[in-house]
Design a protein around this ligand. Sequence first.
Ligand code: EZ4
Ligand code: CO
Length: 418
Amino acid sequence: MTLDQPAPSRGSTIRSAEVLVTGPGRNFVTLRVTTQDGVVGLGDATLNGRELAVASYLQDHVVPMLIGRDAHRIEDTWQMLHRGAYWRRGPVTMCAIAAVDVALWDIKARIAGLPLYQLLGGASREGIMAYGHASGRDLPELMDSIRAQQAEGFRSIRVQTSVPGVDKIYGVSAAPSSGTYDYEPAQRAPLPVEEDWDTRAYLRHLPGVLEAVRNEFGPELPLLHDAHHRLTPNEAARLGRAVEPYDLFWLEDCTPADNPEGLRLVRQHTTTPLAIGEVLTSVWDYRQLLSEQLIDYVRSSVTHAGGITGLRRIVDLAALHQVRTGFHGPTDVSPVGMAAALHLDLAIHNLGIQEYMQHSALTGEVFGQTFRWSGGLLHPGEEPGLGVTYDDDAADRHPYSAAYLPLNRLKDGTIHDW
Ligand code: EZ4
Ligand code: CO
């Protein structure tokens, strides 16, 4: 018996793959794949503060492997890049794989003439619940910021606050009540800026802030908070317990997930829902977190976790353990990465919520997007593929310039998790 070798479909052969680097307001890396028939697919490869490492990984090591391959072979290409590199996982590798994967899904859906979510199983819902971001240097500013987010249409809101005694803190916008939340942690400079941190001051201050917000806005409004990896398991347990009366939708990154056993201790002490995973890049990173049901929401993004193909593995393992999704959606996930997330959000069963931080008008000059935002719900739209376009002339007007996430130091100068 001989194996039939299907003739390669020439039209869908990959003709070119271009790595596009631009900085419209902030830096983005995009992969554009074009087939012999001229069908174009886009993938997001943006890794905040390490953009050029992914650009080189793609340009120097991945693009040569793509030319001449059949764009339809998404799983085979994913496995080739994952297993074939020998060096597995990690953010640079998984961002590069994600860009290829999403560009190929975009191409397949464009050839099919369908929005991508139709190829992922079709819509499981009418639209996607998204959360916005409020912050304040004091309570009045925070309350105004929450109202501004509600006026933008958000029905769920993440709350971040300054802490007395901490000078520069994660998540607090410089002018929070001006409407759109414009916080970008990566600063354009040749070297990272420094922020400071005091865990005791934070643990003393945060519960009172959440209490005031809950009292002001009533029991209905879903509230979220990001502790951004700064606490030990015991400190996280104490915080989770202290904020239980204010009914958080989730407490995010209460402790670094490098030590998943630490979450057991947190779980013993609090029922506050836990979200983790924006820095996790593979289903392997989640095995213990999910099998022991140590978290309630997975936070990875399409862009950082190996694309639609990689993230779907995480989503399906999460579903086995009644864990839902809350994909990472800051502005460093480009409009391409965001569109990919929305197509997946619409199709999967175990959606929790989607983070949504609107991109700037400058970013919109480069990336044309079709997704809709109404009634607090997002929808990826009905254009074939992802529904995102890339304008080369606009991209050329906004060159890359180095930007880094901050360093974090304790009062005595010790480096702390940022
Ligand atoms: O710090 O996107 O929940 N959101 C976050 C983000 C991340 C940045 C890192 O690039 O924690 O603000
Ligand atoms: Co976060």
